[in-house]
Write a protein that binds this ligand. Structure first.
Ligand SMILES: [Zn+2]
Length: 343
């Protein structure tokens, strides 16, 4: 048997173990995982000595801006970058143009992207009070999950508890999965008001505005509603360890909930925002050094289900100006040049 490619002398990593092996590929697929002592004939050999050989990664939280703000990125370049980083499946989110809120829009977007993708992809839709009646149709078209927000972002009003309850019941009824961006709108507003009254424009404005407490309250409310409705769901970008504990508490009660965190919470802290704004802006923001260290402990303990990128690129010029998507109204803090951007 002559294979197309053999990857030799590496360590294969599976979900449960690591072991030395040769990976043999034919017609673009893994044809065999062999004992390294076995002689393998292949047209091409890749020497992986000293390296790990991992399965393709899955990142269900990316924003590639296509169709829409493609000066920020488009699907061909974004999915090429994913492939270069070992990600072979991406979940693209719904805030493209037009926003994915109906089955027709989902179908059009899928057709448009079908020859623009360099890795496998799935598409998320938005979950909003105005599109509850669209959920069944979206699910039938193969929507990956439904994203909603408990705070005003992208010019979309925050999802109130009663609307969230109705939406989650419907997503659960059709067999879908929900995803939520958790920051409590009323607490954010109160923080903003206080910061404005104090006339602050210092670098701590963003972390004080988008506070840990606001994130915690939204997580609590969402967990309660998810438990009441039974909907399976995952939290986007949990930024500190107490949130992981909250999720695990509900998991132990049988709630079908998953915790996502992102690389930026493992490498950046509040100090990085203060020093390097606006290039370190996102929301929820990076937290304290102690939170960062504790997140690593939660990861090592297997308590975080997913590390996803929340990939949402901008050009350097846009970052410098604090621009978000073109459809988004200017941030309340634009005037102070203390910017934030989510997705
Ligand atoms: Zn996102």
């Amino acid at each position: 048997m002559v294979y197309d490619t053999a990857i030799t002398d590496g360590t294969v990593v599976t979900a449960t173990e690591q072991f030395p092996a040769t990976v043999a590929i034919r017609d673009g697929r893994i044809a065999a995982v062999l004992d390294p002592a076995e002689t393998v004939e292949a047209e091409r050999t890749i020497d992986a000595a000293g390296k790990h050989i991992l399965p393709g990664g899955v990142d269900p939280h990316v924003h590639m801006m296509d169709p829409g703000d493609t000066e920020r990125e488009d699907f061909p370049t974004g999915t090429a970058a994913a492939a270069a980083g070992g990600i072979t499946t991406v979940g693209e989110h719904h805030r493209t143009d037009p926003t994915v809120l109906t089955a027709d829009i989902l179908t059009d977007k899928r057709d448009y992207l079908s020859d623009r993708a360099r890795v496998d992809f799935g598409l998320l839709a938005g979950g909003h009070p105005d599109n509850v009646d669209e959920i069944a149709g979206l699910e039938a078209e193969g929507t990956l999950a439904y994203k909603s927000f408990t705070c005003d972002v992208h010019g979309v009003p925050a999802l109130q508890s009663a609307d969230m309850h109705r939406l989650y019941e419907e997503i659960d009824r059709v067999g879908g999965i929900s995803m939520v961006h958790p920051e409590d709108e009323l607490m954010l507003n109160a923080n903003e008001e206080r910061i404005r009254e104090e006339g602050r424009t210092d670098g701590s404005v963003i972390p004080d505005w988008r506070s840990k407490e606001a994130e915690q309250v939204a997580v609590s409310t969402t967990l309660r509603i998810a438990k009441q409705t039974g909907v399976p769901f995952w939290f986007a970008h949990l930024s500190h360890p107490e949130l992981i504990d909250q999720v695990n508490h509900y998991k132990s009660q049988g709630v079908d909930v998953y915790a996502e965190s992102c690389p930026h919470y493992f490498y950046l802290t509040r100090e990085d925002i203060v020093e390097d704004a606006p290039y370190t802006m996102f929301t929820p923001p990076a937290r304290e050094e102690s939170d960062r260290r504790e997140l690593w402990e939660r990861l090592d303990a297997g308590e975080i289900d997913m590390i996803n990128a929340d990939h949402a690129p901008s050009t350097l010029e846009q970052k410098a100006e604090g621009k978000t998507t073109s459809s988004t109204p200017p941030s309340a803090f634009r005037a102070s040049r203390r910017y934030y951007r989510c997705c």
